[in-house]
Ligand binder design. Structure first.
Ligand SMILES: Cc1cc2nc3c(=O)[nH]c(=O)nc-3n(C[C@H](O)[C@H](O)[C@H](O)COP(=O)(O)OP(=O)(O)OC[C@H]3O[C@@H](n4cnc5c(N)ncnc54)[C@H](O)[C@@H]3O)c2cc1C
Length: 380
């Protein structure tokens, strides 16, 4: 076993680092405070081959591994935390589920623009009465000739304020077995009340009022839920990678600050009380990274395992949040100020503990592996 990156991985990481520091560092603060999607960054990344890293070359991607995509997130975030969302959208999220399970027609219709950084796809799972209990979703697909009529609403959807396409979880029939998904274009969707997360990201309610979806736009029909969640584990790895990367960004800012800032005639780095904070932060980052790399490396060109993913996501979510919080403390009022990105990293990391399978729900998943059985969470 060798914990070092291969020469090819190092070369790829170095090239992304070079691109990111040259092209993205300068506008990092402004981008973090702009709720709009950074389309200029998306187009630059498309040219650089950073969208579709794990998507097959035949579908317009780069044919790389999940580990390559994780390295891309880490490298981009080290220069511009907000731009890491573009790597997520172009590699980890519903784009990957579309590439994994979509028909040739579906891929031909949508992947080109998504991979060019000219469009973005959302995943609509969460509903007002179906959050952690996602299998209680009520958005209904009713047969209508050669297609389906969709009725229902989604909330909290990332990119929902401007997405061109929504991979929408729907109910074709009763129970978990009745769940599948369809592709719905934004022109068919009524956007309701707009809102913002604590991170500053915009989202809008999505309403489907008798939307007609032809059979060709069904991604996974009845019985597709398990496959969807298997694909969704890739999204969770991207969520974990960004948590860790933003924690590391905050750590690096605090480290530089501790070397420069003097109080009582000494650099902050000279105080043992702060040195131990840095040792603890380092330990959290390094141990979470091992679980993240394990999950990504084990997946190779396929999908990560549910257990590897759950362990990696919890560890990275907690490390990212706790490290960003300590980094902010070390920087005092400067860390709390919106003139630096540490407070932004903290706000973003907080959200990832809830999004994409909360820490608690993933702990339930791990407990099932520990005891080799499932525990019903349902009330009577
Ligand atoms: C930043 C962000 C981005 C998001 N992006 C998307 C998106 O793109 N698409 C989408 O569909 N959704 C998205 N969501 C929604 C997200 O998936 C839900 O918020 C999440 O599933 C939790 O649902 P809830 O908020 O309704 O909380 P609830 O389900 O009401 O849970 C409330 C609390 O109870 C805990 N809890 C619930 N059940 C259990 C249990 N059985 N055991 C222990 N604890 C439990 C939860 O962990 C949570 O802490 C996003 C959310 C955030 C914050």
């Amino acid at each position: 076993m060798d914990f070092r990156l291969t020469p090819e991985q190092q070369q790829f990481r170095d090239s992304v680092l070079k691109f990111s520091h040259k092209e993205l560092s300068a506008g990092a603060l402004a981008r973090a405070h702009d709720p709009k999607y950074p389309w200029d960054v998306a187009k630059k990344m498309a040219k650089q081959g950073l969208l579709g890293i794990t998507i097959a070359e035949a579908d317009g991607g780069q044919g790389g591994t999940l580990m390559d995509a994780v390295l891309a997130i880490e490298s981009v975030a080290s220069a511009c935390p907000r731009s890491a969302d573009v790597i997520q959208a172009g590699n980890f999220g519903p784009i990957r589920v579309l590439a994994e399970y979509g028909s040739s027609l579906q891929k031909q219709s949508f992947l080109k623009k998504l991979l060019a950084g000219e469009a973005v796809i959302s995943v609509g799972m969460t509903e007002p009465e179906a959050g952690s209990a996602v299998t209680d979703l009520a958005t209904k697909a009713t047969r209508d000739g050669k297609g389906w009529r969709i009725n229902g609403s989604k909330i909290f959807t990332t990119h929902s304020a401007y997405a061109d396409l929504v991979l929408t979880y729907v109910r074709f029939g009763p129970g978990v077995g009745g769940i599948g998904s369809v592709l719905i274009e934004s022109k068919q969707i009524r956007r309701g009340k707009a809102s913002h997360f604590m991170s500053g990201e915009e989202w809008a309610e999505l309403h489907f009022d008798d939307v007609f979806v032809p059979e060709e736009m069904v991604l996974l029909g009845e019985g597709g839920f398990k496959k969807q969640i298997a694909g969704f584990n890739v999204e969770r790895i991207g969520n974990a990678a960004r948590s860790l990367a933003l924690g590391r960004y905050a750590f690096e800012q605090a480290r530089a600050w501790a070397l420069e800032r003097k109080q009582l005639g000494r650099a902050l780095a000279e105080f043992q009380g702060l040195q131990w904070k840095f040792a603890d932060m380092k330990l959290k980052l390094e141990s979470a990274q091992l679980l993240l790399y394990k999950a990504a490396a084990n997946a190779d060109r396929g999908l990560p395992s549910p257990e590897d993913t759950a362990l990696a996501k919890i560890a990275c979510n907690q490390a990212g949040f706790e490290v960003a919080n300590e980094a902010l403390q070390v920087m005092g009022a400067t860390g709390y100020s919106q003139d630096v990105l540490v407070e932004y990293c903290l706000r973003r990391c907080r959200g990832w503990m809830i999004a994409g399978g909360s820490v608690e729900i993933l702990k339930n998943r791990i407990a099932e592996s520990v005891f080799g059985r499932s525990f019903s969470q349902r009330g009577d």
